[in-house]
Design a protein around this ligand. Sequence first.
Ligand code: 9MR
Length: 419
Amino acid sequence: MAPLTGLSLFLVAVGAIASPLQKRAIDGLNTRAVAAGKAYFGSATDNGELTDTAYAAGLNNTADFGQITPGNSMKWDSIEPSRGVFSYAKGDVIANLAKANGQKLRCHTLVWHSQLPSWVSNGNFDNATLIEIMTNHITNEVSHFKGQCYHWDVVNEALNEDGTFRESVFYKTVGPAYIPLAFAAAAAADPAAKLYYNDYNIESAGLKSTGAQNIVKLVQQYGAHIDGVGMQAHFIVGSTPSQAAQEANMKAFVDLGMEVAITELDIRATTPISDADVAKQVVDYGNTVRACKAVERCVGVTIWDWTDKYSWIPSVFSGQGSALPWDGDLKKKDAVYSAILSAWDSGTAPTTTPTRTSTAIATPTTTTVTKSPGCTATAAPKGTAMLWGQCGGMGWAGPTVCVCGATCKKYNDWYSQCV
Ligand code: 9MR
């Protein structure tokens, strides 16, 4: 080996110091997603969490997060808690944070049966009035955030598990047309935002995914604009759909002219998570990110917050959690994190990046845990709520007993769900 000169010794020394530092400075979940041809890797967040300075520092790290989604502060109950009274302070905090960090903003969500104030769900409005109320809400909110929302989740969770329409107040009063009407109002208020339909359990082929494809067709048939479909991806360790199943499903939406995104990814386990489940979770995260990587029109992946400290899972699914790539002490889970990093490196990068083509709040109800009696039926008897259906909450007039085998769990004062 040739002797080291003064210059080469200097270069070796600089290289030894500079390379790892440079790598740490630029490498991350978002950096790799962008290198893979995607628009972002991102995280949901919420206003209360931002006072946690260690948390905020993690969220502000754009090497990991190039996009954020407000978990609650752009929902109807937060924005228009009483009719015609709009309150943007909390939503603005998240939008301004995204702007300050140079992160994309997925705005979430305009029309949803949950976190809907009782003045809407319980107002007994006629068809024309509810359309006017919905359109006014959308126009006002989308105009307020105009130019700031990379995506808007225009309609959220409009489907039952069997792909039929959820009996929300919007569906019951207006019929399926509320969906294209909502998209048309959003498009008119911010023509540059990409407009999404967003739902869970549509990540692999099945009745509900077919229902979501029918929603895309419905919006298109009405001549309204829709850009994409969000796969929420609230998965369970070991029963996450395979990469192939997720890819094939995404392609079905792409064939309808849609772009797609993974919008609320988390993969929950029974806690404390076992080593065997960690191994499965690593595979599940890898499969999901690889599926997005492989489908050119999958634009990005968002996890539903980045640390178990602020995950919604344990409060809704008791005894479950550990669903995110960082633990409750904000410590990175190396195996999960690395699985996502290397998933972005897998296969071949897509060649092009997709572009757009075209209060008075009443006293809360208390929902107790209700097991359906006589667990023998396989279908939901009349008057019982389906698995994943709403079964309680302020202003809720529907069934409060779940289909056989499911349990009515209270999320918050506004929403209980059969799980
Ligand atoms: O993360 C949100 C949580 O803080 C709220 O309590 C909950 C109430 O419904 O909503 C959570 O976010 C939901 C999202 O808006 C839509 N998909 C399901 C998410 C998890 O419940």
